[in-house]
Design a protein. Structure first.
Length: 255
């Protein structure tokens, strides 16, 4: 309604209207900040055009959770959203991946399975959306992007952007209002909400990457800390297996 008045009223009247709290209240309040502009500022603050040249990501990390420590190695195809991670943490080892259509997992025995749970499929779509940096490149994957709110946490002010990828589920990016950097991710899982906090940003091939990530689901006993040991972009993906691996052994009752 305010924009309609602005088109048809004299500039002086528009200036008075725009600066009047009473007028804003009558018109339903000021418009929400533009989510696209906030995301664009986050891109500029963390590397700008350097993000445009990235096609793949390869990382090696250490993981600390539940009293155990371990390692993981992950590859992702930024252009398609495909990914694969192999990990060994305490007594648990295995792999999981997304081939662009199907999410799968593999346990320490070599048995693999396709993700059939709705929540698992939606979370895989979300991860692929973020791997593709599609919140900055809208033509890579469709999603509904909206400004949620401005909020404060741990002494900082954040602009919260809510994103719902097509085929996925809503998640939030928390962007520091002062630094313009993405510092948190909030996403609902099966039975808990995961909050990731990004710290220790360092430059890698022209872009800022968090080398320490803390993930919490509400119970500190099971918090996760991921520390990046190495990361590089644009490495060839030749030989990287994104598809579900074949079984290492035949399963009972199957040929």
């Amino acid at each position: 309604m305010f924009h309609a008045l602005a088109r048809h009223c004299a500039p002086l009247f528009v200036l008075i209207l725009a600066s009047s709290p009473v007028a804003f209240a009558q018109l339903g309040g000021p418009p929400k900040p533009d989510a696209e502009l906030i995301l664009a500022a986050a891109k500029s603050a963390s590397g700008g055009a350097a993000w445009d040249a990235l096609t793949s990501q390869h990382s090696k990390v250490t993981i600390h959770t539940g009293g155990f420590s371990g390692t993981a190695e992950r590859w992702s195809d930024i252009t398609t959203g495909r990914s694969v991670i192999r990990f060994a943490v305490g007594p648990i080892s295995g792999a999981s991946g997304f081939d662009g259509k199907v999410a799968w997992s593999q346990d320490e025995t070599g048995k693999s399975q396709v993700e059939t749970n709705a929540t698992g499929r939606e979370l895989a779509v979300n991860a692929a959306y973020r791997d593709r940096l599609a919140f900055w490149y809208r033509d890579r994957a469709p999603a509904v992007i909206a400004y949620k709110e401005r909020t404060e946490a741990e002494g900082a002010t954040f602009e919260v952007i809510r994103i719902t990828p097509e085929g996925g589920r809503p998640f939030e990016l928390w962007i520091n209002a002062e630094t313009k950097l993405i510092e948190r991710l909030v996403e609902r899982e099966e039975s808990a909400t995961r909050t990731e906090t990004y710290m220790d940003l360092r430059p890698v091939q022209g872009v800022q990457i968090p080398f320490r990530v803390h993930a919490s689901r509400g119970d500190p006993r099971f918090d996760e800390t991921v520390v990046v040991e190495s990361m590089n972009f644009n490495a060839p993906l030749t030989g990287v297996q994104f598809a579900q691996p074949a079984q290492h052994a035949l399963q009972p009752g199957r040929l």
